[in-house]
Design a protein around this ligand. Structure first.
Ligand code: ATP
Ligand code: MG
Length: 286
C-alpha cells in the first residue's frame, strides 16, 4: 500500500517539537538510484509510544497523502517501522508552519495572504473533486515552501500537511481543543465530511488575516465547547467581503457552506478588489 523506507536509510537531526500524539524531527533519507547515493532532507514524524494503538490511523494518513498528488499537498515519501517505532517520512518544508511564520513576520501584505488563501482553496477543490475530506485544516498544517515577496512577482507557495491520526482515536479533549477549527457537527459524529473542511478553511482564513493569532486563545475546553453550544462566531474582520466569506464557511449548518468553486471565485474577487482602499483598511488593522 505504501512505500516502506528502511530505518538504516534514515539519519536523525534536531527535534522540531511535538504534534498530536507525535514527535517531530528533521532528518535525511538516502537512497540508491542509478548506482548513485541520493540524500534528501526529510521530516520525520514519530507516533508517540504511548499511543501505539493509533498506528493504523496514523499510517492511513500517510497512505492518503502518498496516493494523491497535487502541487499544494505535502509529499509523503513513505513510512518506516523500527522496533516499536512508527515513522512517517515526509518532505521537509523550508519555512515551516504558516501560523509561526505569520506571528514572527513584521508585515505581510494582503495580496500575499490572499495568494495563500487561493492556494489552499485550490488544494481543497482538488480534494473535493476526489471526494476526500482532510479533517485537520489549520494554519499550523500549512507549510511554507517558498516565502515569496509581496513587493515583487514572487508569490508564496504553500503545502497542506497530512491530517494525522483520526479524531475518533485522538479523544474528546484533543477534539475540543481543536475548536474553532474542527466543524461543530464533528463533536457529535466524530465523522469527517467534505463540508467540515469548508468550516476549517474559514477558521484558517481568519487566522491568516489575524497574522497567525490563534482564534479563541485562552479559552479552556469547557468555554470552547460553550462557544459552539451558543452558536457563536469569531470576531468579524473589518474587510466586509472577507468577513462574509469566512461567515459563509463557518455556518453551523454544513449544507449551507459554499462549494470550493464558489470559495475560489470569491477569493479571486477579493484579489481583484484588493485595491488601495482595502489595503489601507488592513494596514490599519495590523
Ligand atoms: P497535527 O496532526 O495536529 O497537525 P503534527 O504531528 O502534524 O500534529 P504539528 O504540530 O502540525 O504536528 O507540527 C509541529 C511543527 O513541526 C510545526 O509547527 C512545524 O514547525 C513543523 N513541521 C511539521 N511538518 C513539517 C514539514 N513537513 N516541514 C517542516 N516543518 C514541519
Ligand atoms: Mg501537522
Amino acid at each position: 500500500q505504501f512505500h516502506m523506507i528502511k530505518h538504516e536509510d534514515l539519519t536523525w537531526g534536531e527535534s522540531l517539537g511535538q504534534g498530536s500524539f507525535t514527535h517531530i524531527f528533521r532528518g535525511h533519507k538516502t537512497d540508491q538510484r542509478d548506482e548513485v547515493t541520493h540524500t534528501t532532507e526529510v521530516l520525520l514524524k514519530v507516533l508517540d509510544a504511548n499511543h501505539k494503538n493509533c498506528w493504523e490511523s496514523f499510517f492511513e494518513a500517510a497512505s492518503l497523502m502518498s496516493q494523491i498528488s497535487h502541487k499544494h499537498l505535502l509529499l509523503v515519501y513513505g513510512i518506516s517501522v523500527h522496533k516499536s517505532k512508527n515513522i512517517m517520512v515526509q518532505e521537509f518544508v523550508k519555512h515551516g508552519a504558516l501560523d509561526l511564520y505569520l506571528k514572527k513576520s513584521m508585515s505581510v501584505s494582503v495580496s500575499w495572504k490572499l495568494d495563500v488563501a487561493k492556494q489552499l482553496a485550490c488544494a481543497l477543490n482538488f480534494l473535493e473533486e476526489k471526494n476526500i475530506a482532510h479533517g485537520n485544516i489549520c494554519a499550523k498544517n500549512l507549510l511554507l515552501a517558498r516565502e515569496g515577496d509581496p513587493s515583487s512577482d514572487n508569490s508564496p507557495f504553500i503545502k497542506l500537511s497530512d491530517p494525522g491520526t483520526s479524531m475518533t482515536l485522538l479523544g474528546k479533549d484533543v477534539v475540543l481543543d481543536r475548536i474553532p477549527w474542527v466543524a461543530p457537527e464533528v463533536l457529535d459524529t466524530l465523522e469527517i465530511e467534505l463540508e467540515c473542511d469548508k468550516w476549517s478553511f474559514g477558521t484558517t482564513l481568519w487566522e491568516i488575516f489575524n497574522n497567525g493569532e490563534a482564534p479563541l486563545q485562552g479559552l479552556d475546553l469547557i468555554q470552547k465547547q460553550q462557544f459552539y453550544e451558543h452558536f457563536s462566531n469569531l470576531p468579524a474582520l473589518e474587510w466586509t467581503e472577507l468577513a462574509d466569506l469566512i461567515a459563509q464557511c463557518m455556518q453551523y449548518q454544513p449544507e449551507l457552506r459554499p462549494s470550493c468553486r464558489s470559495i475560489i471565485r470569491q477569493v479571486n474577487s477579493l484579489i481583484t478588489s484588493g485595491n488601495t482602499q482595502v489595503f489601507a483598511i488592513c494596514l490599519v488593522q495590523d
